[in-house]
Design a protein around this ligand. Sequence first.
Ligand code: TRP
Length: 377
Amino acid sequence: MTERPSGVTTDGDAAEDLAQSTSDASLVRTLARSREIEAQLAIDPSRFRMLTGDRPTGSLHIGHYFGSLTNRLRLQELGVETFIVVADYQVITDRDGVGPIRERVMSLVTDYLAMGIDPQRTCIFTHSSVPALNQLLLPFLSLVTDAELRRNPTVKSELEQSGDRPMSGLLLTYPVHQAADILFCKANLVPVGKDQLPHLEQTRVVARRFDERYGRANPAEPVFPAAEALLSTNAVSILGMDGQKMSKSRGNVIELGMSADETARLIKRAVTDSDRHITYDPVGRPAVSNLVTLAALCQDRDPFEVAEELGDAGGGGLKRLVTEALNDRLAPHRARRAELVAEPGYVRQVLLDGNARADAVAEATLDDVRTAMQMVY
Ligand code: TRP
């Protein structure tokens, strides 16, 4: 996650493709549809089952916090039944080896709980613990072609970013595995960033083809629903403290688990410019505006208003405000996080319970699939 924050594109052809598939008409349509879904969510959240997930490749940071975590919490609080996959098998799509995977998985679960994800209402699980989910991959793979997978802009972009690495079978097919993440629990709602839209499209294609091929016995009751993306209409992307894309190796990332002092040190080193008058101008002054955005997000305020209030406070005044706002905002999260870190048995139990629940749901879906495919013996 730290190396490849969702919603961030790269240079090169793949990025162009991605832009093509997500920028124009289809993106406009998805956004309009997301607005309609939001209206339905406010009226009847029980119509939705949501699935989202993260790759355990690093620690969660403020980009995740404002980009996706707070939205998940909002949906949970609205009453939407929620599943969160800690996508451990996706870690090996574009790299060799899993890294300190156990630690990273536990750190993710700890952050979810610290921010208010409630294990009574939200099922948190890991791919590798749910055999029936993974088994769905076999029939699903028979429904897609390699040409279709090779065209997937997100796969292409990940291949480009992984340098000289050849395309692995898993990198090529992981969008189908991600379809299994979504369809194993028959989720119909997936809050995602733009970069994940091709996977959602692939998921709908798999669901539709499965029903066309095997679900004819009762066309009125498809085995799988059509999963829809929920794009946030006011998505902001936060840059690192140097105004560049967040990256652990650049040391420009503020992780949720950092102390208030570490946070202050990172913000102190943040890039600003020599103009003492603070304005909110993301195109003209990206680094300064990034800090203004951050303060505004922390205080649930309008960035223009924050900039105006700062006036001639200069980079120093801006950094003081951001440090205070961010540390205030994250204080409850960090306090709860510290308590949870002292209770590793509890965090592990949450995951074990989530895995058991996901396993039961996946087995039931696999039974439906076996029935549709007449593989009941
Ligand atoms: N691919 C997502 C990412 O890299 C993580 C993920 C795995 C996911 N399975 C998912 C997201 C299912 C949404 C739905 O961020």
